[in-house]
Design a protein around this ligand. Structure first.
Ligand code: SF4
Length: 507
């Protein structure tokens, strides 16, 4: 059965060849991913891992006029307090109403875990519909109901005939996947199964009455559609990145729409009315883009992230190729590169030869590492949170351009701490949420991404370098903090290999 027909989405662990434990170089990583040896790798010791529900919620909270129903014990919803504010801010900067998203929890107790929580879920969905009158109710199915066998899917199916909202179930129990990127598939699986993804006659458009005017109107519509691209965003991609991408694609004469975050139900119904779907990251949306190609015959482009001069040019060219506008895209990239190179020239002198360690999402760290190397940095190491076959093009590029650079697949903080202590980089560029740990080590660091700035294309490269130069200028907070912090590690831990706990499960 096609994945798309399953009521519960697949996890990346079964859909793709993945890995979360590796140390070596990019070339071996690509080969290890291809031949499956990555699947055999694990650790003798794990510090902690992340729950895919968090990322699914990050996406769901951005959808307009929706309500979240957590089918969970109370604790799983703790993240909603910060996510709700974050999503409201994201809506505001995109010109939408910055309303906080209402959320409810079935608050499963010990008695519910024994007797089942289906009744509570049904009542909570109906209450959410009555009280908030949303367009969409997201039912978030977590570990506890998945373990006890609550048929949340059947409850959601029955609820659809009793409530006015669309009910979208998101199955994201943390225990099902070692790779949090499964969360993206979970969100898209819910969207594709729970919502209409094509316009509804009379609700979204008035069918044309036959005649010459209708013919002209249809031709005009089809022309506009043939120039419309859907660009797929993600929580790590801020409004400034969207503006930069829109600026460039608009310069090529394309109409740009962003999905699926910060969209409404009505906007999502327009998804199928486009000439091309464009990804901004190989590992975010391949599941959805392949579905849209299969279901609505909308082709797609997945061409890495538009980070740095070379990757941005390639990303633009691949999109332009679809429209037969490669020459225009090359000219645009040439013009933009010239302007950006002039703008970053004062920064380059100050960062030349600086050593850097990069940690975070697999596509972003790969693209960022080759970009910084091209600008004169000395890349000491790349540490990707996970690896799957979607990242192969990016890491093949890393293998070609940074063949001797150590590459690890790790989301373990103790391994990152070890690397920082042993490699002693001038700068760490790392995933959000790790900045506090790095500050305690007294090392300059910037975030790998932030929704408050630009990281993509020409504006992005300028802002990244400006951030780095600023970070080098002012290190007093980190210097002083590191002098007063006692780390929870014995000195002997730092004497061995940073990745000594990685093991091969097949031996
Ligand atoms: S791992 Fe399970 S129990 Fe923990 S927050 Fe995630 S869904 Fe809830």
């Amino acid at each position: 059965m096609s994945y798309y027909k399953q009521s519960v989405p697949p996890v990346r662990d079964s859909r793709l060849k993945i890995g979360d434990s590796y140390a070596g170089n990019a070339c071996d990583l690509v080969n290890c991913g291809r031949d499956g040896c990555l699947l055999q790798k694990g650790r003798g010791f794990w510090q902690a891992n992340a729950c895919q529900m968090a990322l699914t919620l990050m996406m769901a909270t951005t959808v307009e006029n929706s309500v979240i129903v957590m089918h969970a014990p109370g604790g799983c919803g703790a993240l909603m307090h910060s996510l709700s504010a974050q999503a409201a801010k994201g809506k505001g900067v995109r010109g939408k109403t910055p309303a906080a998203i209402p959320w409810l929890s079935t608050n499963l107790t010990e008695a519910d875990v024994i007797g089942g929580g289906e009744r509570k879920l049904r009542e909570t969905i109906e209450y959410a519909d009555r009280e908030f009158r949303p367009e969409i109710i997201f039912v978030v199915v977590t570990c506890a109901p998945s373990i006890i066998g609550d048929d949340a899917e059947e409850v959601a199916r029955q609820a659809r005939s009793r409530v006015s909202a669309d009910v979208v179930s998101l199955h994201c129990p943390g225990f099902r996947s070692r790779v949090v990127a499964s969360a993206y598939d979970t969100f898209y699986h819910g969207i594709m199964r729970g919502l209409d993804l094509q316009p509804i006659p009379r609700a979204d458009f008035l069918p044309l009455v036959q005649g010459p005017q209708a013919e002209a109107a249809e031709k005009k519509y089809l022309f506009q559609k043939s120039r419309t691209v859907n660009v797929w965003n993600a929580t790590s991609i801020g409004a400034q990145d969207e503006q930069e991408v829109e600026r460039l694609l608009t310069a090529l004469g394309l109409k740009v729409r962003f999905f699926a975050e910060y969209s409404s139900r009505e906007e999502l119904r327009q998804v199928s009315e486009a000439a091309l779907n464009v990804s901004m990251c190989n590992v975010h949306d391949d599941y959805m883009l392949k579905y849209l190609a299969e279901k609505f015959a909308v082709p797609y482009v997945i061409a890495g992230m538009p980070i740095g001069f070379r990757h941005t040019r390639e990303w633009l060219l691949q999109i332009a190729r679809h429209f037969g506008m490669e020459k225009e895209a090359a000219a645009l990239a040439g013009h933009e590169e010239k302007l950006a190179r002039e703008a970053i020239a004062p920064f380059l002198e100050r960062v030349k030869g600086k050593t850097v360690l990069l940690c975070g999402g697999v596509v972003r760290v790969g693209a960022e590492a080759t970009t910084l190397a091209e600008l004169g940095f000395n890349v000491l190491g790349i540490r990707a949170y996970h690896y799957d076959e979607g990242a192969e093009p990016v890491f093949s590029d890393v293998a070609e351009n940074l063949a001797d650079t150590p590459v690890a697949v790790s989301n373990q903080l103790f391994e990152m701490t070890h690397q920082i202590k042993s490699l002693k980089p001038d700068l760490v560029i790392s995933h959000n949420g790790t900045q506090g740990y790095i500050a305690k080590l007294g090392v300059p660091a910037i975030q790998l991404f932030s929704t408050d700035g630009a990281f993509f294309a020409y504006n992005g490269i300028y802002q990244i370098l400006r951030r780095i130069v600023f970070e080098f200028k002012n290190t007093s907070y980190r210097d002083r903090l590191s002098r007063h912090i006692r780390l929870p590690y014995k000195q002997s831990y730092f004497e061995g290999d940073a990745f000594k706990y990685i093991i091969n499960n097949s031996t």
